[in-house]
Design a protein around this ligand. Structure first.
Ligand code: NAD
Ligand code: ZN
Ligand code: ZN
Length: 339
């Protein structure tokens, strides 16, 4: 099978023929139809984070395809089912976090396209109990970005504590942010969209943002405090420290900053303001299987629709370069009918 493989950090992916894997106990072999390109893949390829991915690595955690074969002891899926293989590739199912329905915190989880091979390939193994079932009326290409960008931002909004009618700010209108703002609207929030590129803000307006702010032209936190007195929740999905700091300053008293983007810098939090203003700062990591089901349902009902450009696997290095420069508007999804 053809796959895009990371051999060494900070080098181009090699597109190679590699043996098609055989599903073991509890596993399904999935023939991919689509796989979104997430900024996390870029972090993996660059070895950006303290916990490094395996090498060699086939990245990709927004893969959607058809179950081609199953290993022993598989009951959750059958050959022919259409499934998605997310970042939460598997969890132990037995620890306190798993038992509490917080499986994204499981210490014994595997991560698709990071600790195990992912969807930048014609075939990929999946843990049958952890795949997402793709609703019939969503195409594989449409479903792909929901598998990470969708579920992650939906979950971040869920844990933000914001209620319908509240204002929320989304910092970074990229792959995650442009679906975040659609979930936010569908959940009944008023939305401020912040980015540093005008074309991203144009997209945000088209997708229903109530206010847009260009962080290169004005201080978004000041603009937000002035115009609406702060937001109940600010979700930062941008990949830099500055927008996190601005997002922190955008929330009103009692509000919450939800950290989702993963720049390698730290965020100094002013203790005095956090205490006096009763601010909550929390991290949010992807979503559980039930979050995934809900996130896909929003998309299946047409409430959330990623802006997608498709490309063949052979374009992957050029796509990653564009992502690094912040030049992708929406999400790029790899397809496997042409290589
Ligand atoms: P992306 O590259 O598509 O989007 C990033 C966006 O941030 C771009 O639109 C860019 O213009 C914008 N941006 C850059 N600097 C900015 C600034 N100063 N102010 C406002 N906006 C700014 O990336 P993506 O695929 O959306 O991923 C975003 C981040 O989220 C990555 O770090 C990724 O690893 C992380 N992520 C986290 C989770 C999680 O579970 N927490 C899941 C998926 C992705
Ligand atoms: Zn992702
Ligand atoms: Zn567990």
């Amino acid at each position: 099978m053809k796959a895009a493989i990371v051999k060494e950090f900070q080098t181009k992916l090699q597109i190679e023929d590699t043996p098609k894997p055989t599903p073991g106990a509890g596993q399904a072999l999935v023939k991919l139809e689509a796989c979104g390109v997430c900024h996390t893949d870029l972090h993996a390829i660059n070895g950006d984070w303290p916990v490094k991915p395996k090498l060699p690595l086939i990245p990709g955690h927004e893969g959607v395809g058809i179950v081609d074969a199953i290993g022993p002891n598989v009951t959750a899926v059958k050959v022919g089912d259409r499934v998605g293989i997310p970042w939460l590739y598997s969890a132990c199912g037995e620890c306190d976090y798993c038992l509490q329905g917080k499986e994204t915190l499981c210490h014994n989880q595997e991560n698709g396209g990071y600790s195990v091979d992912g969807g930048y390939a014609e075939y990929c193994l999946a843990a049958a109990d952890y795949v997402a079932k793709i609703p019939e009326n969503l195409s594989s290409v449409e479903a792909a970005p929901i598998l990470c960008a969708g579920v992650t931002t939906y979950k971040a909004l869920k844990v933000s504590g914001a209620k319908p009618g509240d204002w929320v700010a989304i910092y970074g209108i990229g792959g995650l942010g442009h679906v975040a703002l659609q979930y936010a609207k569908a959940m009944g929030f008023n939305v401020v969209a912040v980015d540093i590129a005008d074309e991203k803000l144009e997209l945000a307006k088209k997708l229903g943002a109530d206010i847009t702010v260009n962080g290169k032209k004005e201080d978004p936190a000041e603009a937000i405090q002035q115009q609406i007195g702060g937001v109940q929740a600010a979700i930062s999905v941008a990949v830099a420290q500055v927008p996190f700091e601005q997002a922190y300053r955008s929330v009103k008293r009692g509000g919450t900053l939800v950290a989702v983007g993963l720049p390698h810098e730290d965020l100094p939090i002013p203790i005095f303001n956090t205490v006096l203003n009763g601010i909550t700062v929390k991290g949010s990591i992807v979503g559980t299987r039930i979050d995934m089901k809900e996130a896909l349902d929003f998309a299946a009902r047409g409430k959330v629709k990623a802006q997608i450009e498709t490309a063949p696997l052979s374009d992957v290095n050029a796509i990653l370069e564009k992502m690094e420069k912040g030049q992708i508007n929406g999400r790029i999804v790899l397809t496997f009918d042409r290589m």
